[in-house]
Design a binder for this molecule. Structure first.
Ligand SMILES: NC(=O)c1ccc[n+]([C@@H]2O[C@H](COP(=O)([O-])OP(=O)(O)OC[C@H]3O[C@@H](n4cnc5c(N)ncnc54)[C@H](OP(=O)(O)O)[C@@H]3O)[C@@H](O)[C@H]2O)c1
Length: 406
């Protein structure tokens, strides 16, 4: 059976590709037209991750690359090429998408919603009735910050933290409608935030958490000397605590480390999962007999990472001292005002909800569990390796809980 994969050059797609190549002699890569030589980028990934030379040498013969644009009707292909492509595939993995948490809704809809529509049209056009494996996100659960999100839930009750979440929710709705309309099974895989300990490398897709580092760093630069804005430890809105809890990086004194108050929950938690493990679980789930309708799985870690650990990680990456506060301060420093432009990103510091993955565990058992994700693991995947490794952070400042759409 010929398998086609969208997004094969992405952070997750590359790991899915590696897993699929374990069991498939050849694959069709639906690459992003105009964004660079996909085969070269895929080969570089395998080289950087230590694949044997004999394996990488075989890639051109094992991968058929078709250039596509998700956002265009028929994926930007002629009618004839589209039909030929459709008739040659027995399964489609749809992993391509935009994960831009700062993106606007029309832009994200083009890639994530219309893109999914076009992939589903490809599946519908095929005489082989290919299985559809759609990569979504656990964050379709939206802005409900507390409680438990279940695998069979798909609703817009609390709204969404950002346009990305909404676009992925809308894409899932399309998969359900397609399955009903065509009487075909579909698999929806909802990973949480994917991470790796593979150090950043120019030939590899960017680590998803690096975007937060970039935002903090840019805000720090843009705020300039005014960045502290006179915020003192006793400023209104701040909570009593042990003070800056990041260690000193070479070249930065504690005084040079501006303090920034961010709304967050001291008992907040985020689900972060090793991308390699996520890909393995996804491929195993796709091998299970489908129920006939839409089977949705939360591909998540069984232990969440405490928000203070994420804060400590950010403080290691950027010379800032982050203080979690319950509510947005009445007066913002220049730096805080700049960060206020990214509510769709910083909102996650206030999340406390858990993702239920009963279905995954009932299918795969204990083998679905993965190794712990801790501060050192995360640091390995994000740190520029020229930086000295700072010491462990001090305990985080406490903030009182704030009820959110639960
Ligand atoms: N990363 C996470 O933490 C995470 C968590 C949960 C769910 N997910 C989901 O997992 C999937 C993969 O994410 P990722 O982390 O691999 O993202 P990524 O690293 O940004 O990769 C995105 C992939 O989509 C391709 N693509 C983007 N726009 C396209 C277009 N218009 N036409 C064709 N291809 C296009 C890209 O190709 P080029 O590189 O050539 O542009 C790339 O291969 C997404 O659906 C995302 O929503 C990701």
């Amino acid at each position: 059976m010929q398998v086609a994969l969208t997004g094969a050059t992405g952070f997750l797609g590359l790991r899915l590709l590696r897993r699929l190549l374990d069991t498939h002699r050849s694959l069709t890569v639906l690459a992003h037209t105009g964004s660079g030589n996909a085969l070269h980028r895929i080969t570089q990934f395998f080289e950087v991750t230590g694949a044997p030379a004999a394996f990488t040498a075989e890639l051109p013969g094992r991968l058929r690359v078709v250039e596509t644009d998700l956002a265009l009707p028929r994926l930007g292909l002629s009618e004839r090429t589209f039909q030929e492509l459709a008739d040659g595939i027995g399964a489609i993995w749809h992993s391509a998408g935009s994960i831009n948490l700062e993106g606007n809704l029309p832009e994200l809809r083009r890639t994530n919603v219309e893109g999914t529509r076009h992939v589903l049209e490809l599946a519908a056009a095929s005489r082989l009735r290919p299985r559809v494996h759609h990569v979504s996100t656990a964050f379709v659960a939206g802005a409900r910050r507390e409680g438990v999100a279940y695998e069979d839930e798909l609703e817009d009750v609390c709204g969404f933290e950002n346009a990305y979440e909404r676009s992925k929710y809308e894409a899932e709705l399309l998969v359900h409608a397609w399955s009903r309309e065509h009487g075909r099974p579909a698999l929806i895989l909802r990973p949480s935030i994917l991470v790796t300990d593979l150090p950043p490398h120019p030939a590899l897709p960017s680590h998803p958490l690096l975007v937060i580092e970039r935002v903090l760093r840019e805000a720090l630069r843009a705020a300039g000397p005014e960045r502290d804005g006179g915020v003192s430890p006793s400023a209104p809105g701040s909570h009593p605590g042990p003070g800056p809890h990041g260690r000193v990086l070479r070249g930065h004194t504690p005084a040079a480390r501006p303090r920034v108050r961010m709304v967050g929950h001291p008992h907040g938690r985020l689900n972060l999962l090793q991308v390699e493990h996520a890909a393995e679980v996804m491929v195993r789930l796709a091998g299970r007999t489908p129920s006939g309708g839409v089977d949705t799985y939360h591909v998540v870690h069984d232990r969440d990472v405490p928000v203070p650990t994420v804060v400590a990680l950010l403080e290691r990456l950027v010379p800032l001292s982050i203080e979690l506060v319950a509510d947005k301060p009445g007066t913002l420093s220049a730096l805080e005002a700049l960060l206020d432009f990214y509510p769709g990103m910083t909102a996650y510091l206030a999340h406390r909800r858990r993702f239920d993955d009963t279905r995954v565990r009932s299918r795969l058992g204990i083998s679905a569990a993965s190794a712990p994700v801790g501060l050192d693991y995360l640091w390995s995947g994000l740190a520029p390796h020229t930086l000295p490794l700072p010491g462990p952070p001090d305990p985080p400042a406490a903030a009182s809980p704030t009820a959110r759409c639960a």
